[in-house]
Design a protein around this ligand. Structure first.
Ligand code: ATP
Ligand code: MG
Ligand code: FE
Length: 339
């Protein structure tokens, strides 16, 4: 089977064709970094406009690259949320139009499910259940993944997401946008022990996250003019990694029957994060998997793959785009949680 995937929830316009043998038959990604960089972050209106301008030629381009007609696709999968609503609507409306014109099933995909299932696209041996650390620009969660659509959230952040913390740190240190990869690069030449920074929530019996205090401490360290930016970047990254591994240890204690640890989302592209998780898994005799970095940050292959996992589903053409869409609607609300 073959599925066309469309992603437009943030600032990458992406289209991909993926088949049930896990082949990414064709894909295109257009980043909007240049458009948003002058503003130091993603501007929703600019993002929606850019998606609208680029999407149709990119869909044509991907089909042409693969030499495939839309009618040969078994389904069209599009991100239907959560995300910036203008962009999500552009992608979803396009998918609906194509689905209607060619009488092809529409599969509305939760962007977070795209991230959550991406390790299975990268590696056919990843089976349910697995423990998932989902670390992206808007989310920081630990979930138990028991199957497609069977997601239990065990932890979330009470303030910032981890990717957001990387982006804010980059902004404070003057690295520009987007920040995560810049922090990682600068940290390579810094001393991770140079700057004393807090590890918020570490030691708490609940596995939740908090990064706002760490970001504030980064700001104070920078303003003190006592430290080199590379040292602050490296110390921040280490503090963040210490938080993540501590929180995971607590969450995994409640999932003794799960033997695979998986990381996904943009921050999963970070080598220091990946290495720390690999070590944690090894210490617990768990298997560890992380998709290749290009499948960690936003892309349409993961959306198409989620469509493959959901083949047979045929969503109504009036299905709505959703700015918010939790993977686990039954998750306990967390005091102070913004996400
Ligand atoms: P969400 O998936 O929660 O809706 P998003 O789609 O904007 O948010 P992703 O594209 O999954 O997020 O991830 C982007 C985030 O990942 C950004 O915050 C970015 O800084 C971060 N990121 C990307 N590469 C790295 C890296 N090498 N190190 C640290 N962070 C990174
Ligand atoms: Mg982006
Ligand atoms: Fe994402």
């Amino acid at each position: 089977a073959l599925v066309l995937g469309i992603e437009s929830s943030c600032d990458e316009t992406a289209v991909a064709l993926v088949d049930s043998q896990r082949r990414i038959v064709a894909q295109r990604i257009a980043s909007q970094d240049a458009e948003h960089a002058p503003f130091g972050g993603v501007v929703p209106e600019i993002a929606a406009r850019a998606h609208a301008e680029r999407l149709a030629p990119m869909i044509e381009g991907v089909l042409a690259d693969a030499g495939i007609a839309l009618a040969d696709c078994d389904a069209i999968a599009a991100t239907a949320g959560p995300g910036l609503i203008g962009g999500v609507m552009v992608g979803l409306v396009s998918a609906k139009a194509l689905a209607m014109a060619t009488d092809t099933p529409l599969i509305a995909i939760n962007h977070l499910e795209g991230h959550a299932l991406s390790p299975r696209l990268a590696d056919e041996t990843i089976e349910f259940p697995y423990a998932l650390l989902l670390v992206s620009g808007g989310h920081c969660q630990i979930l138990r993944i028991d199957g497609v659509g069977q997601y239990r959230r065990l932890a979330t952040t009470i303030d910032d997401a981890l990717g957001e913390a990387f982006d804010k740190t980059a902004k404070i240190l003057g690295f520009g946008f987007p920040g995560g990869p810049a922090v990682e690069r600068k940290a390579l030449v810094g001393n991770a022990a140079a700057v004393p920074l807090p590890r918020p929530m570490v030691g708490s019996g609940e596995p939740h996250f908090s990064f706002a205090g760490l970001k504030s401490a980064v700001l104070r360290a920078h303003e003190s003019r006592q430290y080199a930016v590379a040292d602050i970047a490296a110390s921040f990254q280490q503090a963040a990694v210490d938080c993540v591994t501590d929180r995971l240890r607590i969450a995994l204690a409640g999932m003794e029957d799960v033997d695979t640890l998986v990381v996904a989302g943009g921050v999963a592209a970070n080598t220091v994060v990946r290495n720390a998780l690999e070590q944690l898994a090894a210490n617990r005799a768990m298997r560890f998997a992380a998709p290749p970095p290009k499948l960690c940050t936003d892309n349409a292959a993961m959306i198409a793959w989620a469509g493959i996992e959901r083949l047979g589903q045929n969503d109504p053409l009036d299905i709505a785009a959703r700015p918010r869409w939790p993977l686990d609607p039954d998750a306990e609300p967390v005091r102070g949680a913004g996400v």
